[in-house]
Write a protein that binds this ligand. Structure first.
Ligand code: CP
Length: 314
């Protein structure tokens, strides 16, 4: 694997192998010295054209734990704000000797353009492109599900038979797309629940069930309920009557959370709109994995950088 652009590109064996490497990487966090020499002498550039807290920081922590040098580059405060193109930016980074570029961009497909361009000879990692994909988020979600359901030493296991309900703003969600491809590759059964206005025009060809009724989905007792953020910044029209109505019909409120089986887990990729798609109690409950997802993000990103940059075959 040279680049990580889409979870569609991952075979089941490759995905399980990345989860297994992440399991090894998770052990590093428990050591007194949280560092491995694996990527000493390599340079990772974090190239963020869109805002981020979790993804940017966890890629930085991951690269540093592997002893790589890290350059953080955000469009704000760089020559991009003077109109510099992606090509010129990439060639500038190439001249500085980047071995891997972690890119977040508002344009769907920007990471693939970079990977196919020949402008830079580096491994490219998609850290979220427009409404297209966010593959490391899906990998950390799969890792979190596997750990919760099978325990910390689940090496070699996939997610066969696990039922996952993804709820909310599917239309604008790169997290949903990456999770649909990855979780089904790993053997999970995935359902989408959303208002019709927040579903893609067609989900034909998606290996999922679709429904509009969150209460019926909750009563089916899924293993995992994944709530999605309402992405107001990508909405140029009214997709639902108002926040109160959205929350009433499609929010995981206290009453719905209480109806979930005790073994079900509640996920959210963050950042959360508390009180809109998820109540504060549901977000902070023992069933919630929100902070585990953040911690697991470091292990997964260490695994991905190691897999791409060490030249090792997982
Ligand atoms: N989940 C996620 O991508 O969060 P950030 O936007 O904070 O990176």
């Amino acid at each position: 694997m040279r680049h990580l652009l889409s979870t569609k590109d991952l075979s089941r064996d490759e995905a399980v192998a990345i989860l297994d490497i992440a399991e090894d990487m998770a052990g590093v966090a428990d050591r007194e010295v949280k560092k491995l020499p694996a990527l000493r002498g390599k340079t990772v550039v974090n190239l963020f054209f869109e805002d981020s807290t979790r993804t940017r920081v966890s890629f930085e922590v991951a690269a540093k734990r592997l002893s790589a040098d890290v350059i953080n580059f955000s469009a704000k405060g760089s020559s991009v704000s003077k109109g510099e193109s992606l090509k010129d930016t990439a060639q500038t980074l190439a001249a500085m000797g980047a071995d891997a570029v972690v890119i977040r961009h508002s344009a769907s497909g920007a990471p693939r353009v970079l990977a196919d361009s020949g402008w830079i000879d580096a491994g490219i990692v998609n850290a979220g492109d427009g409404t297209h994909e966010h593959p490391t988020q899906a990998l950390l979600d799969a890792f979190t599900i596997r750990r919760r359901l099978h325990g910390p030493d689940a090496r070699g296991k996939a997610l066969d038979g696990v039922t996952v309900t993804i709820v909310g703003d599917i239309l604008h969600s790169r997290v949903a797309r990456s999770n649909v491809w990855l979780l089904t590759t790993l053997g999970a059964t995935v359902s989408l629940v959303a208002p019709a206005t927040l579903l893609p025009v067609s989900t034909a060809g998606w290996p999922v069930g679709v429904s509009y009724d969150l209460d019926a989905a909750i009563d089916a007792g899924p293993d995992v309920v994944m709530m999605l953020r309402i992405q107001a910044e990508r909405m140029n029209a009214a997709f639902f009557p108002n926040a109160r109505e959205y929350s009433r019909q499609w929010g995981l409120d206290d009453e719905r959370a209480a109806r979930l089986p005790a073994a079900s887990i509640v996920m959210h990729p963050g950042p959360m709109n508390r009180g809109l798609e998820i109540s504060a109690n549901a977000a902070d409950s023992p069933q919630s994995t929100v902070l585990e997802q953040v911690a697991n993000g470091v292990s997964i990103r260490m695994a991905v950088l190691y897999h791409l940059m060490s030249g090792s075959d997982a």
